[in-house]
Design a protein around this ligand. Structure first.
Ligand SMILES: [Zn+2]
Length: 77
């Protein structure tokens, strides 16, 4: 496997999945230019570009799932 940027040698480098995590994943890193290809972020990026949420307007639910009945109850008490 060669680096996508410089064609250098790609090595598998064990890194922690995220800070504080004990899970180690193997990340592709180029020995020449240091270019890293994180499989997790690559997958996330693909999901984002497929998802309509990225470009669509952020829609907040117009209806509140819980009507403010609790406040009324509190007032009666
Ligand atoms: Zn490279």
């Amino acid at each position: 496997m060669a680096c996508a940027r410089c064609g250098g040698l790609i090595v598998k480098e064990p890194v922690y999945d995220r800070e504080g995590s004990s899970q180690v994943i193997l990340m592709d890193r180029c020995l020449q230019c240091g270019h890293t290809e994180d499989p997790v972020s690559v997958r996330n990026h693909a999901q984002i570009s497929q998802s309509p949420h990225g470009k669509a307007k952020v829609r907040r639910a117009p209806k509140h799932p819980y009507p403010p009945i609790q406040l009324t109850t509190k007032g009666i008490e």
